[in-house]
Ligand binder design. Structure first.
Ligand code: PAF
Length: 278
């Protein structure tokens, strides 16, 4: 695996790899890789002869008081994992490569609508940071395919919308959420959970499973289902930001009779904020 930190050598490397033929698949990450990321890279490897991964902790997608400064970094282990997974290139840009004029003075990409609901209500600047950095990374890597996890379902839809709206020639591939044995969705932020919190964290997924069961059994009062799920989580010790049943295609509030749905939730255990969807 080649490791590159600067954009000029990335370009050279990609020129060479493209010359060998085939499409380039890209897996953007913020590092601290776990089995969920490994699955993204495996998927990229299975569909493409050239696999590029990036690690960049993007300041623009963290709000005030969030964990930008303390975001876990495990570069040696990440490098080893990506090498084992047979990635071709690891791109490790610095903040100055992505934000040459500083992260506060940059052209931004805004995906209206999806950036303001659910996660966007609770993290108002988050998705503008995500769409901006992903657009920049796409500009640098110029992938044919990019792979994202369903764990961040709203992010996945937002990136799809950005690519469609800006006519970017990138196919977006989604990979199912990878879970711990008890159902907790894999996330770098799980490492923040204390032992007692970790013991109840899987209740988030179990609650979403209950929502799914109720909806699949024909319960049509979604507001009632959401309220019951919220209460269940609060009783388990969570501080709930939202539990919401939405139309899967665009996260709009579903019309009666809508059948293809996603239930999404965000809740805090102590200082750790967890999200999940089903
Ligand atoms: O999902 C993530 O890890 C990040 O939001 C992403 C897509 C790498 C952008 O920084």
């Amino acid at each position: 695996m080649e490791i590159t930190r600067d954009t000029a050598s990335l370009r050279q490397l990609l020129h060479f790899l493209r010359g060998k033929g085939g499409r380039v698949a890209f897996v953007p990450t913020m590092g601290n890789l776990h089995a969920g990321h490994a699955q993204l890279v495996r998927h990229a490897r299975s569909i493409s002869p050239v696999v590029v991964a990036s690690i960049f902790v993007n300041p623009l997608q963290f709000g005030e008081g969030e964990d930008y400064a303390s975001y876990p970094s495990t570069l040696d282990a990440d490098r080893e994992l990506l090498d084992d997974l047979d990635a071709d290139v690891l791109f490790l840009p610095g903040v100055e490569d992505i934000y040459p004029g500083g992260s506060e003075h940059t052209a931004t990409v805004v995906v209206p609508g999806l950036n303001a609901i659910l996660e966007g209500e609770h993290r108002p600047t988050h998705f503008d940071g995500v769409s901006t950095v992903v657009a920049k990374l796409f500009g640098l890597v110029q992938p044919d395919i990019a792979v994202f996890g369903e764990k961040d379902y709203q992010q996945l839809l937002l990136i799809r919308q950005m690519v469609a709206d800006l006519c970017m020639p990138v196919d977006i591939e989604a990979v199912a959420t990878v879970r711990e044995a008890d159902g907790l969705a894999m996330s770098s932020r799980n490492s923040y959970l204390g032992a007692n919190e970790r013991a109840v964290a899987a209740q988030l997924y179990n609650t979403l499973l209950d929502v799914k069961t109720l909806v699949e059994s024909g319960e049509a009062d979604y507001t009632g289902v959401e309220a019951a799920a919220r209460q269940q989580l609060e009783e388990a010790g969570f501080v709930v930001d939202y539990v919401s049943i939405r139309r899967a295609a665009d996260l709009a509030v579903p019309a009666p009779g809508e059948r293809v749905l996603r239930a999404l939730a965000a809740a805090r255990l102590g200082t750790t904020r967890l999200i999940d969807n089903i």
